[in-house]
Design a protein around this ligand. Structure first.
Ligand SMILES: [Mg+2]
Length: 251
């Protein structure tokens, strides 16, 4: 079945996870590929983003890449459309869960951050939390402390998972894959007509939500084993290689 949409994670895929400047030549190539796909030129179907990043970060990339499809932000909690500049929570998110998540955020800031000075709170998210640290060895300890705080907030159901340098705290039931299903249903596109790209276990649900899944060489081993194609190249070089796969061409 021909692919009609490609959904890609950002960090560790179209950009390095490290806080560093992007490769200008590679990113320039990627911009041209995305813009041609959005315009219906060339062999690729349109691409959009499926990321843990907040909407303002995604908005800028949609403009640079000329992505006209809605994008998935905050790990599947938010659908953002550039066309009408509208951000929407996915229907599974209840307002009381947002309030309880805000209470957890305050508790983490009061009780966890003082113990881990190297831990950084990622600003800008509405329905998910990401804690950044250059030393992910502390994540198991931090996870235990956060779990204890969650247990003290009745009715709050969160899922805590690490990506490479981030500890992500998501509301239960919110996944990138569930948001992809919503997006595909809205566009009238079947699972087998969608392709996905990811690199960490937070992208496992992308694998389940699409017919063709690929990852760059830097992806975690379980994801590489479950992928239909693994590029021999890391992050954006890998994505550019993936976008040349015959399975993704419109035919
Ligand atoms: Mg990633």
């Amino acid at each position: 079945m021909p692919i009609k949409i490609i959904l890609s994670d950002i960090d560790g895929c179209i950009s390095p996870e490290e806080s560093m400047s992007w490769d200008e030549a590679l990113f320039g190539r990627f911009v041209r590929v995305c813009r041609a796909a959005a315009a219906g030129e060339g062999g690729l179907p349109p691409l959009t983003l499926c990321t843990g990043r907040p909407q303002p970060y995604v908005e800028v990339l949609l403009k640079i890449l000329d992505i006209r499809l809605p994008a998935i932000c905050e790990g599947g909690a938010v659908l953002y459309s550039l066309r009408d500049n509208r951000s929407l929570f996915v229907p599974s998110i209840q307002p009381d869960q947002i309030r309880k998540l805000q209470a957890l955020r305050a508790a983490i800031q009061d009780e966890v951050f003082p113990a881990y000075p190297e831990l950084v709170y990622q600003f800008g998210k509405e329905s998910q939390m990401s804690l950044f640290c250059e030393n992910p060895d502390i994540f198991p300890d931090v996870t235990r402390r956060v779990q204890a705080l969650v247990a003290a907030i009745p009715g709050l159901n969160v899922h805590i998972s690490p990506s490479r340098y981030y500890l992500n705290i998501d509301l239960v039931g919110v996944t990138k894959g569930a948001a992809i299903k919503l997006l595909l249903d809205g566009l009238g596109i079947a699972r087998d007509e969608a392709a996905g790209i990811g690199d960490t276990m937070g992208d496992w649900s992308i694998r389940e939500a699409v017919g063709f899944f690929a990852c760059p060489a830097n992806a975690v081993p379980p994801l590489r084993e479950a992928a239909d194609y693994v590029s021999p190249h890391n992050d954006l070089a890998g994505i550019l290689d993936i976008l040349e796969r015959p399975e993704l061409q419109k035919g």
